[in-house]
Design a protein around this ligand. Structure first.
Ligand code: GDP
Length: 472
């Protein structure tokens, strides 16, 4: 589907070309690089891969065996909602502060590292649940070494428990089970173990190989034992990294801080990042101006498996983006600008946001089930009348939704709202304020202006019924 859109041809054409080449592909199927190149070639397109850009700069240097030293495991906690993921993360964060350290980990920066009683370090991704994990995996970033599946002993194996198990399996990372809330009177860990067995997860207590600890995240009961099991499992993985190379890491969180500007939390996966290093991350490049750890202390260096907040980015990267430190800042800048160029070229081929003219094609592709509209008009009465009439145009295939309506000219914030909700803007007896047209064009937001209510309704109706001619 994405490939078809990028080439601006129909999905059926791509599928039948694939068929001709002996490839059975479906609309949602992920294609590998070879398949993409082959198919694109059939349509006279040349494919350029983002990774190729990095390879030009030879970023993927292999580490030789003698440079590798062991590194802490990176752990994600998953499980059903309310089973105690956050409580466990909070307990571990508070209970395991390095001796003599002031303050402890107060910051939530997306990941933190603890030192256990035995002096082992473990890094936890501080975003419980499956969202962050899948977001990263979807971008090809494999950050987690190990998954802790939390199940509440007073509940049962739930859909998201099974999902967590499946995520761990799909990522081919080992899991450790934490049966939580054993302080509760109604706790029944045996039942949970039996239910896990039904899912093919045989815990050690049942003679299986999956380590399992009965804990209370509330009281901290057996949490140290859980950490030991995590460490044991991690030892089997023999995790290593080379601290003496330029750093490679993954963005686990990015935010805009009032005082500090764009702050990104990067989990260093290999190498060591230092203040002053030149880097590229996503479409942004620059130098590390300052770094802070999860205790908000300024640090000059950060090695493998440590989370670190990086300040001074010119633009916010996305979760899952890879950060790569480069020897030469110019190389970093060149990679960023090549990537930007690729994305520009891509968006030229694909209209990201819905337009009335494009609606029926995208409905046919099954891409659209909602038509979001921002309505602006000159007086309250007409805005209301137009909104009501547009809402009534909903049919079996597409539901019309008015995401915003109001009186007055079309402003930048209307366009931004349309961007956020993938909406078209319908204006009645109003115009965009100065400069807004060009913003809308840049953001590819469709603005339709009318002086007769009936015309607006007719256009939207025609679009929904597939009667509007697509723009060429
Ligand atoms: P999450 O949705 O998986 O992150 O679950 P939370 O950590 O938010 O926990 C959900 C609820 O269960 C909260 O009210 C917690 O206080 C409670 N809870 C978590 N762990 C325990 C526990 O070990 N014992 C008891 N009694 N309650 C717990």
């Amino acid at each position: 589907g994405d490939l078809a859109e990028a080439m601006n041809v129909s999905v059926t054409e791509v599928i039948s070309k694939g068929f001709g080449l002996g490839m059975m592909v479906s609309i949602n199927q992920r294609l590998d690089a070879d398949a993409i190149t082959l198919l694109a070639d059939e349509f006279d397109f040349e494919v350029e891969f983002m990774e190729d850009i990095e390879e030009e700069f030879n970023l993927e240097t292999e580490d030789s065996e003698e440079d590798l030293v062991s590194r802490p495991p990176i752990v994600t906690i998953m499980g059903h909602v309310d089973h105690g993921k956050t409580s466990l993360l909070d307990y571990i964060r508070q209970a395991n502060v390095i001796a003599g350290e002031a303050g402890g980990i107060t910051q939530h920066i997306g990941a933190y590292q603890i030192t256990t009683g035995d002096g082992n370090e473990i890094t936890f991704l501080d975003t419980p649940g499956h969202e962050a994990f899948t977001a990263m995996r979807a971008r090809g970033a494999q950050v987690t070494d190990l998954v802790v599946v939390v199940v509440a002993a007073d509940d049962q194996v739930m859909p998201q428990t099974i999902e967590a198990i499946n995520h761990a399996r799909a990522a081919e990372v080992p899991m450790v089970v934490a049966i939580n809330k054993i302080d509760r009177d109604t706790a029944n860990p045996d039942k949970i173990m039996a239910q896990l067995a039904e899912q093919g997860v045989q815990v050690e207590q049942y003679g299986g190989s999956v380590q399992c600890e009965l804990i209370s995240a509330l009281n901290g009961t057996n949490v140290d034992e859980l950490l030991e099991k995590i460490q044991l499992e991690a030892d089997l993985l023999e995790l290593t990294a080379n601290p003496d190379r330029y750093a490679v890491g993954t963005v686990v969180e990015a935010r805009l801080d009032k005082g500090r500007g764009v702050v990104a939390t990067v989990l260093v996966q290999n190498g060591t990042i230092e203040e002053g290093d030149a880097y590229v991350v996503g479409l942004t490049s620059g130098r590390v101006r300052a770094m802070f750890n999860e205790r908000d202390e300024r640090v000059k260096v950060a090695g493998p498996a440590s989370p670190v907040q990086i300040l001074g980015l010119s633009d916010a990267p996305e979760v899952g983006d890879r950060l790569v430190v480069m020897e030469d800042e110019r190389d970093a800048r060149e990679i960023a600008s090549k990537r930007l160029q690729l994305i520009r070229e891509q968006t030229l081929h694909q209209r990201r946001h819905v337009t009335l003219a494009d609606l029926s094609r995208r409905m046919a592709l099954g891409e659209i089930t909602n038509l979001n509209i921002v309505v602006k008009g000159d007086v309250g009465g007409s805005v209301e009348a137009l909104s009501d009439a547009l809402l009534k145009l909903s049919n079996d295939e597409v539901a019309v939704q008015i995401v915003h309506s109001g009186v007055g000219a079309i402003t930048e914030s209307d366009v931004m709202l349309a961007v956020a909700s993938d909406a078209v803007i319908v204006g009645f007896q109003v115009r965009p304020v100065a400069g807004v047209r060009s913003i809308a064009e840049r953001e590819e937001i469709d603005i339709q202006l009318y002086s007769v209510i009936y015309d607006a309704i007719a256009d939207v109706r025609d679009a929904l019924e597939g009667l509007l001619e697509p723009e060429q």
